[in-house]
Design a protein around this ligand. Structure first.
Ligand code: F6P
Length: 344
């Protein structure tokens, strides 16, 4: 008899989520004869049995579409009164579902691990634009975010050059500066500031001044989680998110007037924000997401519950939830130093 699986997307969205859904449904239907439904709005749909049909027709033309057709949320499967494994088992039985495919970041992976230990058939696909999951070489969405940030740098440089201004671009990156590092290198930034590596205002201003003295317009890229040496946490004035983490954002606006005051060069800040998460995925992300979706269809077909898919080199492989939740993948000091020597 055909098996039935439910797919959900949870946490912050990410370009490529729809391509994963399409890959999983197409391979699952075509190769294994499985049926799929989508849970609406992350764990909410699973806890309340809120589903939509997912078949070949529903996923048609989805690989280039940004966002997630399923919707997402930061609703936790254990934190809400109706959540918890016993209720979820009942929902799955009522819907005649044999398991769950959860696409999400570290919060989703830790909830999935707990549900698996509590007896739920569940597998996962890692997702984050920040690319900070150590157990996979790349997450889909990262390449798209880097392309968008690089284009923003290119655009800021032309207006910066016209006005002879210092331009500061703030990009996402809560604990890891991968988007800042890659877009900053690609865009030829004169300073790249990342959460892993505090830099003093004196040092930042020395880089800016040396660029100004050469008659050029300085370009500084800063990740939202960057900290000056006297800051204990990333800059946050927007309260908490749905997972009770401080909402970051605004460090670029803090740095710009400091740079202007110290160096005497007119300085403007741009916060790129959620533009990095929206819109069409790049071809690289579509390919990675499609391959991950197809691989997760294999996982459920083989009943390899408790596992996630990952990219190692060019191969899609399998890891356990424990492995996925290991170390955060941060920018290593030597990779940062490699580019830092040409700042300024
Ligand atoms: O985790 C990915 C991320 O893009 C972080 O870099 C950022 O701090 C966060 O999402 C912002 O998410 P939201 O505004 O949707 O809560």
């Amino acid at each position: 008899m055909a098996k039935r699986f439910g797919i959900l997307t949870s946490g912050g969205d990410c370009p490529g989520l729809n391509a994963v859904i399409r890959g999983a449904v197409l391979k699952g239907e075509t190769v294994y004869g499985h049926e799929f439904v989508g849970f609406r709005d992350g764990w909410y749909g699973l806890v309340y049995g809120d589903i939509m049909a997912l078949d070949r027709t529903t996923v048609r033309g989805l690989s280039h579409q940004g966002g997630t057709i399923l919707g997402t949320s930061r609703f936790g499967p254990y934190t809400e009164p109706d959540g918890g494994p016993e209720n979820i088992k009942k929902v799955l039985a009522d819907l005649k579902l044999d398991g769950v495919i959860a696409i999400g970041g570290d919060g989703t992976a830790s909830a999935s691990k707990r549900l698996f230990e509590d007896g739920i058939n569940i597998v996962g696909v890692p997702k984050t634009i920040d690319n900070d999951i150590d157990a996979t070489d790349y997450t889909f969405g990262f390449n798209t975010a880097v392309e968008i940030a690089t284009e923003a740098i290119d655009r800021l440089r032309t207006t910066g050059n016209s006005h002879k201004r210092c331009m500061v671009l703030e990009v996402m990156g809560r604990h890891a500066g991968w988007i800042a590092l890659h877009s900053g290198i690609a865009g030829g930034a004169h300073a790249i500031l990342i959460p892993e590596q505090p830099e003093s205002l004196d040092q930042i201003c020395a880089w800016v001044t040396s660029v100004k003295n050469r008659g050029r317009a300085p370009m500084v890229v800063v990740a939202e989680g960057f900290k000056l040496p006297d800051m204990k946490e990333g800059y946050s004035v927007k309260g908490l998110d749905g997972f009770n983490r401080p909402r970051l954002g605004g460090i670029g606006e803090v740095l710009a007037p400091m740079i202007e005051e110290r160096t005497g060069i007119e300085t403007r800040a741009t916060v790129l924000g959620h533009i990095q998460r929206g819109g069409v995925p790049t071809a690289f992300d579509r390919v990675l997401a499609t391959r991950m979706g197809m691989a997760v269809a294999d996982l459920v077909a083989e009943a390899k519950f408790g596992h996630m898919v990952a990219l190692h080199g060019t191969e899609i492989s399998r890891i356990t939830f424990d492995e996925a939740l290991g170390e955060l993948k941060q920018v290593p000091v030597d990779q940062y130093q490699e580019i830092r020597v040409i700042f300024g």
